[in-house]
Ligand binder design. Structure first.
Ligand SMILES: Nc1ncnc2c1ncn2[C@@H]1O[C@H](COP(=O)(O)OP(=O)(O)OP(=O)(O)O)[C@@H](O)[C@H]1O
Ligand SMILES: [Zn+2]
Length: 475
């Protein structure tokens, strides 16, 4: 039985899908105007782990992770670079996919883009106006009227009164209430815009996820995830929009104790991962204290980064430093040493984890709100025992359970070689870079092909292009 911590109710709850034959999970993905940093890596890896565990449990899962490909920062960056928005976003979507793949993140089933769902957003805003939850203003913007949604504040635990008193809210002459938020922004000169009943404009960020979630999953779904920074206002607003557009007929409407009158959410379980922090501050592009995944991967093998993320519980804060990554590398090396010293034999995992005490413990840890920290410590127990008894079966068990977390599937020798020389690229990695370079050159993406050339040069890989293709040598 799986229990998960629901931010909405602030307690661990037993996971009971709305429709066990069709489990639905939506995660807020990247705003694509720059390379992903380690904070983004955490969302990617954590929800990949959750998707894998739900499937391991036997749930047929549809996993959606959206792509925000229009917003203020994207427009500003494209202007700054002198490229079109599409060029910019495509470049960084590709980079995100490369980084994810390196980290062993499986592709979500659907990766909807905001710009491909403008019609659904407009429809939802129309519905909100019809239901008295939103209003067009004189300046061409459309706002959500937060006081029209009784349960506003339920997810973040903030009441409208607290918000008014505690937050410095921008006074905007066009809003009826300073806490109202924008659903549709009137077009500004030189900015991309779409036609709408309120004139040309573009959608606000929050409506994007409500519209795409509704389009792909219908009025209710099981799990909604993202980083803890999204609880407020993004997810709070998303609930207000989705339930407001559904006419208040959200599936999970129950009275709760305390100051909130009720819970009303289109999503049954809200999951939020903790931050990757640097010096106890959230790693973020806006603060400028970020390390991109690709920079970190120049120094550490991708699996070390995945392991660093998964050996912590997904909700706890995780401090980034070289010392922590070195430590993660040493720990993972110990597990690979076992696999190298005690050759694993095939281990068939029982679907309920009833093989042995270790698998049992591992399953219990994962079923307790995806307790990967505990699950990883079980891997060390198994490794110790496998070493002590020279047990090929336990070594197999280690490899199989590691695989459930997307770990330990590399050839141990190869991993250990890379581990001794963290700056080296494996042959697979080099071949991948060469084929990416080929695509970049074919599509005249010179910035990308230069970037790859620089990585190869940095690792002293000599590349030779000829009519028969490309070959490479080290040295
Ligand atoms: N430091 C972090 N730790 C964990 N998750 C993070 C971190 N930074 C961003 N995220 C998550 O990554 C996902 C994508 O975020 P998004 O692209 O909107 O980032 P952003 O807000 O533009 O980045 P930043 O916060 O760096 O300015 C979201 O789910 C967000 O919560
Ligand atoms: Zn979102």
């Amino acid at each position: 039985m799986l229990y998960l911590y629901n931010t909405l109710t602030r307690q661990k709850e037993r996971f009971e899908p709305i429709d066990p034959k069709n489990v639905r999970m939506y995660v807020c993905g990247m705003t694509v105007y720059d390379y992903c940093h380690l904070g983004h890596a955490r969302v990617l890896v954590v929800f990949d782990m959750i998707a894998r565990w739900l499937r391991q449990h036997g749930y047929p899962l549809t996993y959606v992770r959206n792509i925000t490909d229009i917003d203020d920062k994207i427009i500003a960056r494209a202007n700054q670079n002198g490229e079109t928005i599409q060029q910019l976003t495509e470049r960084f979507i590709q980079a995100m996919n490369e980084d994810s793949q390196a980290l062993g993140v499986l592709r979500p089933d659907i990766e909807p883009k905001a710009t491909e769902h403008i019609a659904q957003m407009i429809q939802m805003i129309e519905k909100l106006i019809e239901n008295g939850k939103a209003y067009p203003a004189e300046n061409g913007d459309v706002y959500y009227a937060v006081r029209e949604f009784d349960a506003y504040g339920q997810l973040s635990g903030k009441s409208l009164d607290d918000l008014r008193a505690g937050e410095r809210v921008e006074v905007d002459g066009f809003k009826r209430d300073p806490l109202d938020f924008v659903l549709w922004k009137a077009a500004k000169p030189e900015e991309p815009s779409w036609a709408s009943p309120w004139g040309n404009g573009r959608p606000g960020w929050h409506i994007e996820c409500s519209a795409m979630g509704g389009e792909l999953f219908g009025q209710t779904f099981d799990i909604h995830g993202g980083g803890a920074d999204l609880q407020f206002p993004h997810h709070e607003n998303e609930i207000a929009q989705s339930c407001g557009a559904n006419g208040g007929l959200c599936g999970h409407n129950k009275p709760v104790s305390g100051s909130l009158k009720k819970i009303d959410s289109h999503v049954k379980y809200w999951l939020h991962n903790g931050f990757i922090r640097v010096d106890n501050e959230k790693m973020s592009k806006s603060l400028g204290n970020f390390f991109t995944i690709r920079d970190v991967l120049k120094k550490y093998q991708p699996e070390v980064v995945r392991f660093f993320i998964l050996r912590a519980h997904y909700r706890s804060p995780l401090n980034y430093s070289d010392a922590h990554l070195d430590d993660a590398k040493n720990s993972l090396t110990r597990l690979y040493n076992t696999l190298n010293n005690v050759k694993p034999i095939e281990f068939k995992l029982d679907s309920n984890g009833n093989n042995n005490d270790y698998t049992h413990k591992f399953f219990n840890a994962m079923n307790d709100d995806f307790g990967t920290a505990e699950a990883v410590s079980v891997l060390f127990e198994i490794a110790n025992e496998a070493n002590k008894n020279d047990s090929a079966e336990l070594s197999g068990c280690l490899k199989t359970l590691g695989g459930v977390l997307g770990l330990l599937q590399d050839n141990p020798e190869q991993f250990l070689q890379g581990g001794n020389n963290v700056d080296g690229l494996s042959a697979d990695e080099i071949n991948k870079l060469i084929s990416q370079r080929k695509i970049a050159r074919e599509t005249k993406n010179w910035a990308e092909s230069d970037r790859i050339r620089d990585i190869l040069a940095e690792h002293k890989i000599q590349v030779k292009d000829s009519a028969d293709g490309t070959t490479w040598t080290r040295g």
